[in-house]
Design a protein around this ligand. Sequence first.
Ligand code: 0O2
Length: 209
Amino acid sequence: MKQNQLKQWAHFFLTYKFALDEVETKLNILNEEFQFIHDYNPIEHVKTRIKTPESVMEKLRRKNLEISLENAKSHIRDIAGVRVICSFSNDIYQILDMICKQSDVKVIEVKDYVKDPKPNGYKSVHLIVEIPVFLTNRMENVLVEIQIRTSAMDFWASLEHKIYYKFHEGIPPEIRQQLKESADMISTLDQRMLALNEKVIKHFALTIE
Ligand code: 0O2
């Protein structure tokens, strides 16, 4: 790649870093104000990542697309990724709702793998949003993928992701079966933790009355 092309790619990735910074700030504000009003924070923690240029190029190749900034911008929607981890499954929808209501966030797509889990047991809510980024001489609309899930769902997904990449020829049926069983256990655990938390909230509400 020539020097000026390298600079263009670096500038391109910088806009995604700015979009991530904006989304992270939005999430921090939501969490802090929620904590102030309700004495409870729906967000446990937030992880962000930017796809490497190599993996963006690899994804373009897989999609049989020419390697160009235009194709990366219009066909790769997860260059900037944010993962929001919360304690309870109902927090997921609370966060989703608060993000979708923001007037400068354009929601492009929502995929609800919590309501409709993937056949392997994967659960998470994914949304693709478009964020305006104000640069020195122009405004750019930048896509960001936000994944929202509970700590338990995240625990499962991280292990499954590692296992998936270890078995290049496909996950053996026995391991796949055990992963699915673990996903079901995780769902039960999430339900029990939610019910337990609701019981505790109710208990203290009654005590205060
Ligand atoms: P990485 O390394 O996490 O970035 P698209 O990305 O839009 O071309 P798709 O399948 O339409 O592909 O998007 P989808 O369903 O929204 O999933 C995208 C991301 O969700 C994945 O990114 C994973 O991070 C996560 N994901 C989806 N399905 C699974 C799953 O079965 N197990 C786990 N552990 N994660 C999943 P990448 O690029 O695949 O990976």
